[in-house]
Design a protein around this ligand. Sequence first.
Ligand SMILES: [Zn+2]
Length: 431
Amino acid sequence: MELAGINSRNIANGLYIINQYPKYLQSQYFSAEKIKLIQLKKLEAIVRVAINTVPYYKALNVKINFNNFSQQELLKFPIITKAIIRDNYNSFISEKYFNKKLQYKSTSGSSGQPFKVPKPFYSDGIEQCMMFRAWSMNPAFKYSFHKPCIVLRSFSPKQGEPPYKVDKILNYWYLSPFDINQQNLETYVQFIKKSKAQLLRGYPSSIYILTLLLKENNIKLPQIKTLFTSSENLLPNYRKVIEDYWQMPLIDWYGQNERTVTVQMCEHGNYHNNDEYGIVELDENNQIIATSLNNNIMPLIRYATNDIAIPAINPSCNCGRGLSIPFSGIDGRADDLLIKEDNTIIATVNIYNAMEKFPDVKQFKIIQQKDKSLELYLSENTKLSPEYICNIEKELKQRLGNVRIITKVVEEIERNKNTEKIKSIESHIKL
Ligand SMILES: [Zn+2]
């Protein structure tokens, strides 16, 4: 949790949340017109920063009509890919921040090749306000700071540690997404009851796996009022199984580490853009093109996310929110699940998190064979030493148990010829 730890920036962000969160709860119900005006004002400010202080944009010499500013002006900017930013990194930083100490949010993803995005001062506070608002989208539950919350993600116990832990400051009750199995079920259920949490957060696949187990054992947890998923593609089948069993709408969140746009599902199942936070466009391939309204250090304007959306059929909703509906879902990575040595099913997002620790790896691909062994293919940014590879295997074994791993360093990870995407994790085990 990024707000943990006491320093002046974190305190300022904490105060920002206290002041602004109630306002964000209200502004989602403003009329669409009113929200558009707020958005336009923020866009104008960011565009000014870009063309006046950011070398890359200054050099483009874009002529913006500030006398009659509308969202159409945005289209005068080119679409920026991750490769363009990587190749011109320094020229995307505002001159006002040259030689200043910056804080960063690192990025990752299935395609690897990360770059760092500097965080504006209130970035964490804004992010948390958006999150808290999303956690409160189902009218049955309203999140406020320090309400207990079950977190079925972001926790990987070490050998011999229990599969749970509590962060008392935030009142987050963590359960390991690596150990959701029959043997631990009773422990998990008791932990959830003890927490008195009404909010359950996790990866779509971790909540899906838990739901399958609860269903099999006919266990209901009526205390839970909101289910929240993020960081992974919500497969239609996961959503159906989860919502059928829990009898409540799932709130799913889409965002990226680059913090350009965030979008979440409301209780009616429609994805609403956080219009005060960013602008979503779809290109001709339905790729999400995102413009951040908050980053004045590294303005990301018309940033190509590599994520493909499913266009919205009917961009209106009965929930009463004025927030726009940019798409009806994400056609994201459809990875297979992986099986641990002890047959526990785990979500692939855990593997992405593990691989983030290895910047020398350019890209990777994992194929799990029927006997649970792994073929691990690695391409290199920097020459990978045997020791480095050994550490990668260790990380994977911490998550998957003592499975056999055969690692090969390759020139390039092959793309699927039809989709042009790299499916980074595949399993030959059929569940
Ligand atoms: Zn809605």
